[in-house]
Ligand binder design. Structure first.
Ligand code: ATP
Ligand code: MG
Length: 370
């Protein structure tokens, strides 16, 4: 495994000791929340030195469910980048990829769509769950299932080896791994019996990317039932004040009615205890007291959790300060413009190699962006 992550990468015929890459990202359909932090953001921040990181803002995919709300998508695009910087995702070390300004993504989506069976896309369990939780029923756009293919292109265009995501997204990475194997076999002549980690060594263009689930695979929302999710109104946002956090935690349903009643430490309250109280002895003490019905109230524990969450968010508030208001928006747009150039360099390089493998190399093009 280690050999896989740290091996030398052979690029464009020149030997270079390049760091392995990460690609992951968020859809701008709202602001980021604690589920994102434990599920993916925390890993992104931690892996920035070890990996060359590309962080995607999937603003094109936001249109799959919100085509009628371009203003909200734009607002959310800027807010999410503010959230990223607040978390410690560093624009100096990592590249922010604005999906709509990377034409290679849409192009590669088409080529990959030819390699994925229609029924395979429609059977994707993540797609089915999203249709249900977002209440889309049968009334969804053609673009909605297309986004499964689009996500393969988002990832593969940057040839990453690792994709840090929450558990709900793992099923989305599977078609990406499948299509990468198929492309490598069909157009680069890689033997189908090749082990996933050997595809590039055997002449394939795309590494077969692995998902990496965060410390908490699926953080439950403040409704105590569903996954914490931007579209479900059950979130604690990274921008929330202590007062708001306390209020939202206060509303968390635990099912317990009295302090001397033994509580179930598998409930949502204890998911939060384990996710946000880092002192293991304190977690154990709370678990023991609660399961015995040892006169410890839900309200008391909720305040304690809220304090820990507030402590986690405090440095984020500080890093966010220089990006407040309209002047902050302008700074974010400037960063996105700068990074679009960098991202397109990497994307165009892969796209050219993919087209070359498909015998579509009719000449090189240069993208310019102002
Ligand atoms: P939406 O409701 O629009 O789908 P979302 O809140 O599910 O939004 P996404 O943009 O779909 O957020 O997810 C971004 C990343 O964060 C993904 O890797 C996803 O798996 C992860 N993630 C989102 N919510 C959670 C959660 N509650 N627990 C763990 N990981 C999560
Ligand atoms: Mg989601």
């Amino acid at each position: 495994m280690l050999r896989f992550f740290f091996r030398l990468r052979l690029d464009l015929g020149t030997m270079s000791t390049q760091k392995p890459r990460i690609l992951t990202g968020d859809t701008p359909t709202g602001q980021l929340h604690l589920g994102h932090w434990v599920g993916s953001l925390e890993n992104r921040v931690a892996l920035q030195d070890e990996y060359e990181c590309f962080f995607l803002i999937a603003n094109m995919h936001a249109f799959t469910t919100r085509a009628d709300k371009p203003e909200e998508i734009r607002r959310s695009t800027i807010d999410i980048v503010k959230d990223w910087i607040a978390c410690g995702m560093d624009p100096e070390r990592s590249t922010f990829v604005l999906q709509t300004e990377i034409p290679g993504i849409a192009e590669l989506t088409w080529y990959l769509a030819m390699l994925l069976p229609f029924n395979r896309v429609m059977r994707n369990p993540t797609l089915k769950t999203e249709l249900e939780t977002k209440g889309l029923g049968d009334n969804y756009s053609f673009g909605f299932p297309m986004y499964t293919v689009g996500q393969c292109a988002d990832i593969l265009l940057f040839r990453p080896e690792l994709v840090p995501v929450g558990e709900d997204q793992l099923a989305h990475i599977e078609p990406c791994r499948e299509v990468a194997r198929r492309f490598n076999q069909m157009y680069c002549g890689v033997n189908p019996h090749t082990e996933d980690e050997d595809y590039v060594k055997e002449g394939g263009l795309f590494p077969i990317p692995a998902g990496k689930v965060g410390r908490v695979a699926r953080l439950v929302g403040t409704d105590g039932v569903n996954k914490m999710s931007k579209s479900l109104n059950n979130t604690i946002l990274l921008t929330d004040t202590f007062k708001k956090i306390k209020k939202k935690m206060g509303g968390l349903y635990t099912g317990r009615t009295a302090m001397d009643e033994p509580g179930d430490i598998k409930n949502a309250l204890f998911d939060y205890v384990r996710a946000f109280i880092s002192d293991e002895d304190r977690v154990k003490a709370l678990e023991e007291a609660y399961s015995k019905g040892d006169n410890i109230g839900d309200g008391h524990i909720k305040v304690e959790i809220a304090e820990h969450i507030d402590k986690l968010l405090e440095p984020m508030r500080e890093r966010r300060l220089p990006f407040e208001g309209e002047a902050g928006d302008a700074k974010i747009l400037e960063i996105l413009r700068e990074h679009t150039k960098r991202a397109n360099n990497a994307a165009e390089e892969t796209l050219y190699l993919a087209k070359e493998a498909m015998q579509l190399d009719f000449g090189k093009r240069n993208l310019s962006f102002d």
